[in-house]
Design a protein around this ligand. Structure first.
Ligand code: KIV
Ligand code: NA
Length: 277
């Protein structure tokens, strides 16, 4: 299939076709996702937890993000790819935000960049957009600010918090973001924002009333054992399959069942000459 553009995403919204995107960080999984026909891939800063074993996403750097994004792009050359601006890469100034967004485009061939926050980062969204790049907004449960939220907690459950999310959604839209992702909010809030904004609104842990869904490959394929959010569905259990496979390998090495004849190289030449070595 031909790689999608932002216009295709708008067309999908117009036609009521839901977009399915997935979060992953390497070329192998990117190739599986492309073959499976995913609409978009996010090389998320959740790599800080899934790949690097941190408790959160805060330690992720630009260099880590770029390196993983490059791998994903090579594995999925024809899939819409979103780079995830890591914590600290767009907070200091609009200039810094533009510089780092440019790195994703120049070095990792992304189609868009995503950043977290609403009213507070509207100037950064505007600056990146004005430089000719596509920004995906991300509000609600924003893992980069988990310290100020007191952990990974659903947002918008009280009227006051819901109002703040709606204000954030408006700010993100007005700043020029081309799509918006809502994470960890009640379905009613997502439905409201979806109805309110003319741009595609996607959800993760935000119910079904929007233009599409995102999920982490780590959650949906059962790779990450430390924690599974309430909103994740496990489609396969890679952790169990991988552990079983490695157990079988260890056993076969001990029993000398591996390597078998088909795994061995054969000599070429006279076996008798080799026997004299
Ligand atoms: O990094 C990530 O995995 C994300 C998703 C939660 C959308 O930003
Ligand atoms: Na992220």
């Amino acid at each position: 299939a031909k790689k999608k553009t932002i216009l295709d995403l708008y067309k999908m919204k117009e036609n009521g076709e839901k977009a399915a995107w997935i979060v992953l960080y390497d070329s192998c999984f990117a190739s599986y996702a492309e073959e499976a026909g995913v609409d978009m891939i996010l090389c998320g800063d959740s790599m800080g937890m899934i790949v690097y074993g941190n408790a959160g996403t805060v330690p992720v750097t630009m260099d880590m993000s770029i390196a993983h994004c490059q791998g994903v792009r090579k594995g999925a050359p024809n899939t819409y790819l979103i780079g995830d601006l890591p914590f600290g890469s767009y907070h200091i100034s609009a200039e810094d935000a533009v510089r780092n967004a440019i790195r994703f485009y120049k070095e990792a061939d992304v189609d868009a960049v995503k950043l977290e926050g609403g009213v507070a980062v509207a100037d950064k969204i505007k600056a990146i957009t004005e430089a000719g790049m596509v920004v995906f907004g991300h509000i609600g449960l924003t893992p980069q600010s988990s310290a100020s939220m007191g952990g990974f907690k659903a947002q918008g459950r009280t009227v006051e918090s819901a109002k703040a999310i709606i204000e954030d959604a408006i700010a993100v839209y007005k700043a020029g973001a081309r799509t918006l992702l809502l994470e960890g909010v009640p379905e009613e809030i997502c439905a409201y924002v979806h109805k309110m904004l003319p741009i595609p609104v996607y959800g993760i842990g935000a119910g079904i009333d929007c233009d599409g869904q995102v999920i982490l490959a780590a959650d949906s394929l059962g790779m990450y054992k430390n924690f599974t959010p309430k909103f994740a569905k496990k489609y396969v259990d890679i952790a169990a399959m991988a552990t079983q496979g490695i157990e079988d390998y260890v056993k076969e090495v001990k029993e000398e069942a591996f390597p078998a004849p088909e795994h061995k190289y054969k000599i070429s030449g006279d076996p008798e000459e080799f026997a004299k070595l």
